[in-house]
Design a protein. Structure first.
Ligand code: NAP
Length: 547
């Protein structure tokens, strides 16, 4: 039987759990549900191989910006014992190798169907089953549906007239070709300066003939301080791993970087500058944790933003270019901050040009060029580093229908409605990992994934044991959770930026703050309290057939 044949199970032979997506979340679900809980699981994956974002995002320079050790599964001492990271921030090929290693170690591939994109999932109320269809015509049914489709996976391609007429090469960082792309000596335009743009730009600048960077909004970035791990580093990591993992589990961010409890405003200017300098020289992503109020107090935030702008001015030779690269329209951290290796210095190269497309927007592509309102740029390659339809894109692109045939698209028409970020009222037995309403994007997503998987496994197993396997978020619990998530965001500076946290990345998307801003520690506690309270907020019933 081929992998593809396996999905063509009829609705008469349902599995316990259908998982959509074979990235970090999908694989963790499969291992936990199948090997620890004894459930039958089938995973459906659109890519031709496992890995999720780490399968698709193969652009030059792609690597994680959380320490590799922290960006890995914590469930298995056996896995830890046989894996050593080579670099502080693992590059995409190494992360993919790690994912392959996990699949091999736990024999995961036998329950994964590759190359099938889920187009539709419908809840059959008579049978209390999800019926899931793939783009190859396959149908699979199961009691539970878990969307492990990622919050940053639905690729966003701006609607630029004429792209199809371009005779050169058009690429997207999040859908980079598997075969090597030869950029040597080419004239390349990169659109976008988020985390992906910031990684690809310095990587390709030395090899291309000309690099034109089209920037709409400048990004705050601090040095990554990337390095190759030595044997001594690895030995030290191994020794402290159990304690480090426990610290991460109990932290608010899921990061190893300690959060400073002090306010940026309670110290002298000299003390603050010295501390920022120290953090700048070591913290990487953790620079955001330099003071406790950077994301809640504008004056505190200004001190960090000013410091970073000062560093940009030091790193970029041309003052006009430095000014263009310096964010001034939103607080530091209100859009997802970046860490970089040589990003700003790249603009000192003679073959690199920065184009401000907020002043002169892109208007069209012709056979040979990209046009702004004021200029034309002849290019051989256009790279879209324009990101994703974040958080909801991967959940709303398939047609998901719950009770009474209600489309999720309709239920979420004014923004995503979830209970704990995990379930939605009217969509029984459908769950989401790292979805809207959960902290996912605001911390180390690996820590969130593992917590969600454990919570869902316990919820499902206890409901089955109680002969009430149909689990549904109560509308009141959902409404209260959405209000809670909103309230948490109200106390922050997140609302002061047109970010993908708020749905601002896609024209017409509802402007709702989607992630849970209370931190991983508080979220975990809230989930634990819900479980201890008999899974308060979830209605659990037997099936229509009385099972
Ligand atoms: P992103 O952060 O959303 O950045 C997209 C960039 O493209 C922004 O500069 C955006 O400008 C620009 N853009 C979008 N639409 C545009 C349009 N129509 N015209 C012109 N410019 C446009 O996307 P990303 O860089 O792919 O990163 C997404 C997320 O993936 C990151 O925040 C991070 O969570 C994750 N990621 C992580 C890593 C890592 O671990 N190191 C690496 C890459 C990505 P505006 O700001 O004006 O919208």
């Amino acid at each position: 039987m081929t992998q593809r044949d396996r999905t063509t199970s009829s609705p008469d032979s349902p599995v316990d759990v259908i998982v959509v997506g074979a990235g970090f979340a999908g694989l963790a679900l499969l291992r936990s549900f199948r090997d620890e809980r004894g459930l039958t699981v089938t995973v459906i994956e659109a890519g031709d191989d496992i890995g999720g974002v780490w399968y698709w995002n193969r652009y030059p320079g792609a690597r994680c910006d959380v320490d590799s050790t922290d960006y890995s599964y914590s469930f298995s001492p056996e896995l830890d014992a046989t894996w050593d990271w080579t670099e502080r921030y693992a590059a995409q090929p190494e992360i993919l190798s790690y994912i392959h290693r996990v699949a091999e170690l736990y024999d995961l591939r036998r329950d994964i169907t590759l190359g099938v994109r889920v187009t539709e999932a419908v809840y059959d109320e008579q049978a209390d089953l999800w019926v899931v269809r793939g783009d190859d015509g396959s149908v699979v049914s199961g009691r539970y549906l878990v969307m492990a489709t990622g919050c940053l996976s639905a690729v966003k391609r701006p609607d630029l007239p004429g792209v199809e007429d371009f005779t050169g090469t058009v690429l997207h960082t999040a859908d980079w070709p598997k075969d090597k792309v030869d950029l040597v000596g080419k004239r390349v335009g990169v659109i976008g300066t988020g985390s992906s743009g910031i990684q690809v730009i310095p990587e390709i600048a030395p090899v291309v003939a000309e690099l034109v960077v089209f920037q709409r909004t400048p990004t705050f970035s601090v040095p990554a301080h990337h390095y190759v791990l030595t044997d001594a580093d690895r030995a030290a990591i191994r020794t402290e791993l159990p304690a480090r993992r426990e610290r991460l589990r109990r932290s608010s961010t899921g990061l190893s970087v300690p959060a400073n409890p002090r306010s940026a405003l309670e110290v002298t200017d000299e003390e603050r500058q010295a501390y920022y300098e120290e953090q700048w020289n070591s913290a990487g992503f953790g620079f955001l944790l330099a003071y406790s109020d950077l994301l809640i107090d504008q004056a505190a935030n200004d001190t960090a933003a000013d410091f970073i702008r000062g560093k940009i001015a030091e790193r970029v030779d041309d003052p006009a270019t430095a000014a263009l690269l310096s964010p001034r329209t939103y607080p530091y951290g209100a859009k997802r901050p970046c860490v970089d290796t040589g990003f700003y210095e790249t603009f000192n190269r003679p073959n690199v040009t920065l184009v401000d497309i907020s002043a002169s927007p892109l208007v069209k592509v012709t056979e040979t060029s990209l046009h702004t309102t004021t200029s034309e740029y002849g290019l051989d390659v256009i790279v879209f580093a324009t990101g994703f339809d974040a958080m909801t894109g991967s959940l709303l692109r398939p047609d998901i229908r719950g009770r009474g045939g209600q489309p999720l698209r309709q239920h979420w028409a004014s923004g995503p409605l979830t209970y704990l970020g995990l379930a939605s009222a009217g969509f029984p037995n459908m769950f989401v990992v790292a979805g809207p309403g959960s902290p996912s994007l605001l911390g180390n997503v690996m820590v969130s994934i593992e917590q969600h998987v454990e919570f869902l496994a316990d919820l499902i197993m206890s409901s089955r044991a109680a002969k009430t396997p149909v689990i549904e978020a109560e509308p009141e619990a959902e409404a209260a959770w959405v209000a809670h998530v909103n309230r948490l965001a109200q106390g922050t500076l997140y609302l002061a930026a047109a970010s993908y946290y708020l749905g601002a990345e896609v024209p017409g998307k509802p402007r709702v703050f989607m992630p849970y801003a209370g931190g991983l520690r508080r979220y975990r506690r809230e989930c634990e309290e819900v479980a201890a309270d008999g899974y308060r907020g979830f209605r659990r019933t037997s099936t229509a057939e009385g099972n």
